[in-house]
Design a protein around this ligand. Structure first.
Ligand code: GLU
Length: 446
């Protein structure tokens, strides 16, 4: 890295010890910013990088709740309000036992650039808890969400900070969170949370948006290479909200998604994933992925050990979680002839894996561009809430498609401009960064 970037990076490491995912996210952005060397002395003069790496506010709080046996439980809640140069802090809440401050900071940092790329007026933030919703009753989930919001409510608002879902937080949780916010504040402030249900302020297409957007982005990448989804084998990891709708849109675009996974293993279905069955098992029954193979029959198989990326595919949409696709997986995918990889999850590919794709000439769409459709549609939900209006599915989906196409072309144009043609990582980081940096300069040292 160039000396001043390296010096800032070293300070970031020193001030944020023991947070490897956060370091990884910062490093990736800094490496892209090397392409701007000498072009923007004003960024250095205004201390942009150091200010950008330091969240505006970091909240850590106790979340006490009582389980069904009457035992008092304690979890840790987080909200990192990272950057508000472009709009209110915006980003999801993740409920998963792996959540800690470093993970929330990595997600919040990525969110700044992602949100900037959407072209919509949203800043970056992220939050969550180390609470594990797995196996918890509906009543336990509700009490946890109510306790979480009892603290969080004083820090958020439609003009301040607008949380949404992420891993472990879907419309059920958003409902309980919104209900408690409404009760505590005595306001029906719909724009304080996104991902709401359709009967109470939600937007059509929000549920589908992250997965749809990732498939639309991959389709644009394919088009740029004069290729298409048509008849192509598509590998998808995960089986949550992102994976399910990436599979659906891939099918609509003519591709054949053949895999899905969860933490217990993966399934391969050469005939193409039966989406109704996958949805029934994962969304309705909240079951495990092996049940898919058992109930589908006809050649679908469950694999407990090994990697979903061992399956030969033309297009890969990693949609599970961070660092799920490593160097070895990338080598396997590349030697199996993968053409395009687009990240549905946040940072699912390790830096080593991304380097393998780069060397092998595989198109690589980073999450902050490829999965921006979710948060973009959240911003469309905020627009509808602010105008007390609801839009049709077709209109909202057309807006999403237009936003994804714009992000795709912004990445390519920016990558060209800084001398790294075809490099979506550099294009996304530089374009996302510049808009935030310019706004920060205009707003002064705050
Ligand atoms: N958690 C999602 C993301 O990573 C969505 C955030 C939102 O809608 O605010 O972009």
């Amino acid at each position: 890295m160039e000396a001043s970037l390296q010096a800032t990076y070293d300070t970031v490491l020193q001030r944020n010890q023991g947070e490897p995912e956060f370091h990884q996210a910062v490093r990736e952005v800094f490496e892209s910013l090397e392409t701007l060397r000498g072009r923007h002395p004003e960024y250095e003069a205004h201390g942009i990088l150091m200010r950008l790496c330091e969240p505006e506010r970091q909240l850590i709080f106790r979340v006490p709740w009582v389980d069904d046996e009457g035992t008092v439980r304690i979890n840790r809640g987080f909200r990192v309000e990272y950057n508000s140069a472009l709009g209110p802090y915006k980003g999801g809440l993740r409920f998963h036992p792996s959540v800690n401050l470093g993970i929330v900071k990595f997600l919040g940092f990525e969110q700044i650039f992602k949100n900037s790329l959407t072209g919509l007026p949203i800043g970056g933030g992220k939050g969550g808890s180390d609470f594990d919703p797995h196996g918890r009753s509906d009543g336990e989930i509700m009490r946890f969400c109510q306790s979480f919001m009892t603290e969080l409510h004083r820090h958020i608002g439609e003009y301040t900070d607008v949380p949404a879902g992420d891993i472990g937080v879907g419309s059920r949780e958003i409902g309980y969170l919104f209900g408690q916010y409404k009760r505590l504040t005595n306001r029906y402030e719909a724009g304080v949370l996104t991902g709401k249900g359709l009967d109470w302020g939600g937007s059509l297409v929000r549920t589908e948006a992250t997965g749809y957007g990732a498939a639309i982005f991959a389709n644009e990448m394919l088009r740029a290479r004069e290729a298409s989804f048509d008849g192509r084998r598509v590998g998808v990891s995960g089986s949550g909200n992102v994976a399910i709708y990436a599979i659906e849109k891939t099918q609509q675009l003519g591709g054949i998604p053949i895999t899905a996974s969860d933490s217990s293993g993966y399934v391969v279905d050469e005939q193409g994933i039966d989406l109704d069955l996958l949805r029934q098992i994962k969304e309705v029954e909240r079951g495990r992925i092996h049940e898919y193979a058992e109930r589908r029959g006809g050649g679908a198989r469950f694999v407990k050990d090994g990697s979903v990326w061992d399956v030969p595919v033309d297009i890969a949409l990693p949609s599970a979680t961070q660092n799920e696709l490593d160097e070895k997986d990338a080598k396997t995918l590349a030697s199996n002839g993968v053409k395009v990889v687009a990240e549905g999850a946040n940072m699912p590919c390790t830096p080593e894996a991304v380097e393998v794709f780069r060397m092998a000439g595989v198109g690589f769409g980073p999450g902050k561009a490829a999965n921006a459709g979710g948060v973009a549609t959240s911003a469309l939900e905020m627009q509808q809430n602010a105008s007390r209006d609801t839009w049709t599915f077709d209109y909202t989906e057309a807006r999403l498609t237009e936003i994804m196409r714009n992000i795709h072309s912004t990445c390519l144009t920016t990558a060209d401009e800084v001398g790294r043609p075809g490099d979506y990582v550099v294009g996304a980081n530089v374009a996302g960064f510049r808009k935030v940096a310019n706004a920060m300069i205009a707003l002064g040292v705050v």
